[in-house]
Design a protein around this ligand. Structure first.
Ligand code: HEC
Length: 191
């Protein structure tokens, strides 16, 4: 390869690197043709997004107190798909196609140099919600009120055990109905 050819290859490589930066990703809004298609199939079946811990952004965490004694029994960690936080800050809404993942961990509590501390231990599973402004899956009982809703046991990130969001999810989310069913007060990046 001559020097001109080598330069051309180097330039193509460079522009691909620029396109693939984290900067480009976080400013791209989610969409059913893009990132969301990896989470939802054409029938509305959802699964836990692959490698979300590296590619999604953390929204916040919740500690559920132990029934007795100090510390927490469960820890919840919530992630949003790339672009969702930036879009939310603009108009106070999660954009169509935004994906939220809530991890549920059994916590462990012990004395550390900072005090009595609980931390995430065994993963019980994931809650997944996918924003849908269109009403894409009217026949699917896991979709409605602007979202797809599903729970996944830690043993199977592909197949939900949820059958009906109205029974499995919605009653517990009524306190957050005014903020589109999401408990946004727990998420500092949205403020
Ligand atoms: C026992 C009540 C309860 C049930 C049942 C429930 N949720 Fe939640 N969910 C909550 C509460 C409370 C929070 C925030 C505090 C926490 O995590 O402890 C939350 C948080 C979430 C979050 C993080 C985003 C947010 O709203 O803050 C997702 C995602 C979620 N739930 C999805 C679901 C889905 C999907 C179902 C049904 C498969 C479901 N939940 C069923 C009570 C519930």
């Amino acid at each position: 390869m001559g020097i001109i050819g080598a330069l051309g290859v180097a330039l193509v490589g460079l522009s691909m690197m620029v396109d693939g930066t984290a900067y480009g990703q976080t400013n791209t809004s989610p969409s059913y043709e893009g990132t969301t298609s990896a989470v939802v199939d054409d029938k509305g079946n959802m699964h836990v997004p692959a490698d979300y811990q590296a590619t999604y952004q953390m929204l916040g965490s919740w500690a559920v107190a132990a029934d007795e004694g100090p510390g927490s029994k469960d820890m919840h960690v919530v992630y949003a798909s790339p672009g969702a936080i930036v879009a939310y800050r603009k108009d106070g809404h999660f954009p169509d196609g935004a994906v939220l993942v809530k991890e549920v961990f059994k916590a462990t509590t012990k004395a550390m140099t900072t005090g009595t501390v609980s931390s995430a231990d065994t993963l019980a599973g994931w809650f997944v919600m996918v924003k849908d402004d269109v009403g894409r899956f009217p026949e699917n009982k896991l979709w409605g009120d602007g979202w797809g809703w599903a729970w996944f046991d830690a043993t199977d990130s592909k197949k939900t055990t949820s059958t009906d969001y109205k029974k499995d999810c919605q009653a517990c989310h009524v306190p957050a109905q005014a903020s589109d069913w999401i408990y946004i007060h727990g998420y500092p990046p949205l403020k």
